[in-house]
Write a protein that binds this ligand. Structure first.
Ligand code: SF4
Length: 482
C-alpha cells in the first residue's frame, strides 16, 4: 500500500476553454491547478477549426506538458483536458482522457469527472450488439451511446446518450466548433464556468480559473447542459429534475482550500467544521496539531474555538517524489516518516489534540499517533473533521471496500484502541451539515450526498451486484495492457 493509500482519492479534474489563442497552454495551467484531483495521468485535446490534436501521458501535468514543443503541437482555439485518478479501469495509456472518437458528424473528445453506476450493465448490452471497446474506462460507454443515437445534432446525441446512464458525471465535451459542459441531474461532482477576455472556461474548481487569470462566473447547475459555440453560450435542462446532492466530501477533503465550491470557500468551510468539532468533542489539552496538509484548516478552526494553541507539531516533507510513493520493500517500513515527522520541540510532555480530515483504513493514523508519542507527547487525543467513513463511494471517489474501512467494522472505542489514542471523536453528521451550510441534515434543502457516512446512496447502484469485490475501481479491470 502506498503512503497515500489511507486517504480517499478524488479521481479526476476537468478543464476546457473555448475561444482563446492560448487554449492548450491555459488548459495545461488549469490541469496543473487541478493536480490534487488526479495524479496518475493527464491529457489534452485541442481543435483549430480543422483538425484535432492530442497529447496524453501517464504521470503529472508538470512532467508531461512542460515544453513549448508539446504545447505548440496542441494547436487551436478550443482545448479540453483531464487529470486522472482511476476509479474505473486501470491506469493504462488508452484509458487516459480526454477520450476521442471519429463519428459521422466529425470528431468528439470527452473528459469526465465522476463514475457511472450502470456502466457495466450498459457495456455488456453494447458489446452484445457489436460495439468494440478500446478502453476499460466507464466514460467510453457514453461515447458508444453517442455513436448509436438516432438524434442528429451533437448536443441532442449527447443528451440522448446521457438519458441512459446513471451515476455521477461532470463532463467537458468538444466537437468541431463546439464545447459542451454537463453536470449530472444530482450535481454530485462540481463544475464551474469562468471567463478570461472573450474566452469561456469550464473547470472542476475555481482554483483552475485563478491560475489563468479568469473570473468565476457561476457553477453549472445540476442537470444543466451548456453549449458554447462561436455565437455564444446556451443553457438547456434536458433531464428530469431531481434533488440536488452535491458531494459533501468535496468540502471535507477533495477540493483545494482556495476554491469556491457551490458558493462556499472551501478553506473557511473546513475551518468551520473544525470549530464545530471542538464544540462537540472538547478535551483538555495543551496544543492542537494538524495532520498536514489536509488536517490544517480543521485544526485551525478547532484551536480558535477551543482557545487551545495551534502548533505545527508534525512537519510534512513536500518533496516525497514518485520514487517513494511506491517504495521498495527495503524502505517501505519507513513509510510515514518519509512524508511526516514529529516536531519534538512542540510535542514533548504535551497533551496533544491531533486533527485529521478522515480515517479510512486507519493504518496511517496509527503510524502518526505512534510517531507523535515517540516525539514525547504525554497524551494523544484524535479529532476527525468528518463522520466515520462507513461506506464505499460509487460516485467517482476511490474508496476501499467496506471490509477495509475501519469505521465499518469497529465502534469508536475499539477504533481508538487500534489507533492507539487516549481518546477519539468524529464530528457528527448533523454537525457537519451545520458547519457547511448552517442546516439540519433531516430537513436539508438542498441535501448533500453523504453516502460514505450514512449509506444513503442518492443514485441507484445498478452495477453493484456485478462487481465481485464491491469496488468501483474493479469495473472492467480484467483487461490488461502488456
Ligand atoms: Fe462524496 Fe461520499 Fe457521496 Fe462519494 S459517497 S459522492 S465521497 S459524499
Amino acid at each position: 500500500m502506498s503512503f497515500d493509500a489511507d486517504h480517499l482519492h478524488e479521481e479526476c479534474g476537468v478543464f476546457g476553454i473555448f475561444g482563446s489563442s492560448e487554449a492548450s497552454a491555459h488548459t495545461a495551467l488549469g490541469l496543473h491547478a487541478l493536480q490534487h484531483r488526479g495524479q496518475e495521468a493527464a491529457g489534452i485535446v485541442s481543435f483549430d477549426g480543422e483538425h484535432f490534436y492530442t497529447h496524453r501521458a501517464l504521470g503529472l501535468v508538470g512532467d508531461n506538458f512542460n515544453s513549448a514543443a508539446v504545447i505548440g503541437k496542441l494547436k487551436g482555439h478550443i482545448a479540453i483536458g483531464h487529470n486522472r485518478y482511476s476509479t474505473t479501469g486501470d491506469t493504462l495509456l488508452r484509458n487516459v482522457q480526454p477520450l476521442y472518437g471519429d463519428f459521422s458528424f466529425g470528431g468528439l473528445a470527452m473528459a469526465h469527472n465522476g463514475n457511472l453506476t450502470n456502466a457495466m450493465t450498459l457495456r455488456k448490452q453494447l458489446i452484445d450488439i457489436g460495439c468494440l471497446f478500446q478502453s476499460t474506462s466507464d466514460t467510453e460507454v457514453i461515447i458508444h451511446l453517442i455513436a448509436l443515437s438516432k438524434q442528429s445534432s451533437v448536443e441532442d446525441r449527447l443528451c440522448d446518450a446521457l438519458s441512459r446512464v446513471e451515476g455521477a458525471y461532470s463532463l467537458v465535451v468538444m466537437s468541431n466548433n463546439t464545447m459542451i459542459g454537463v453536470r449530472d441531474p444530482n450535481g454530485v461532482r462540481p463544475l464551474v464556468l469562468g471567463k478570461v477576455g472573450e474566452a469561456l472556461i469550464l473547470a472542476s474548481e475555481t482554483c483552475a480559473l485563478d491560475i489563468v487569470g479568469a473570473q468565476y462566473v457561476r457553477d453549472i447547475e445540476p442537470g444543466e447542459v451548456v453549449i458554447i459555440t462561436p455565437s455564444g453560450m446556451r443553457s438547456i435542462k434536458p433531464f428530469a429534475k431531481t434533488e440536488k446532492r452535491f458531494c459533501i466530501f468535496e468540502y471535507v477533503y477533495f477540493s483545494r482550500p482556495d476554491s469556491i465550491s457551490e458558493g462556499r470557500n472551501v478553506y473557511e468551510t473546513r475551518s468551520r467544521i473544525g470549530a464545530q468539532l471542538a464544540r462537540e468533542a472538547h478535551v483538555a489539552a495543551d496544543v492542537v496539531v494538524p495532520v498536514p496538509d489536509s488536517g490544517i484548516p480543521g485544526a485551525i478552526g478547532y484551536a480558535k474555538q477551543s482557545r487551545i494553541p495551534f502548533e505545527l507539531g508534525i512537519i510534512r516533507n513536500h518533496y516525497v517524489g514518485r520514487t517513494f510513493i511506491e517504495p521498495s520493500d527495503r524502505v517501505r517500513h519507513l513509510g510515514v516518516k518519509l512524508k511526516h515527522n514529529g516536531n519534538r520541540a512542540i510535542l514533548e510532555g504535551k497533551r496533544v489534540i491531533l486533527v485529521d480530515d478522515s480515517i479510512v483504513r486507519g493504518t496511517t493514523s496509527k503510524k502518526i499517533v505512534n510517531m507523535v508519542r515517540e516525539a514525547g507527547a504525554k497524551e494523544v487525543h484524535m479529532r476527525i473533521a468528518s463522520p466515520p467513513t462507513t461506506h464505499s463511494c460509487f460516485y467517482g471517489v476511490d474508496t476501499p471496500t467496506r471490509d477495509q474501512l475501519l469505521a465499518a467494522n469497529h465502534d469508536v472505542a475499539s477504533m481508538a484502541k487500534l489507533i492507539g489514542v487516549d481518546s477519539l471523536a468524529f464530528i457528527s453528521i448533523n454537525g457537519m451539515y451545520q458547519a457547511v451550510a448552517n442546516i439540519n441534515r433531516n430537513n436539508a434543502n438542498p441535501q448533500y450526498c453523504d453516502a460514505c457516512f450514512s449509506g444513503d446512496y442518492p443514485i441507484p447502484l445498478t452495477d453493484a451486484g456485478m462487481i465481485a469485490t464491491g469496488s468501483q475501481k474493479d469495473l472492467f479491470s480484467e483487461v490488461k495492457d502488456v
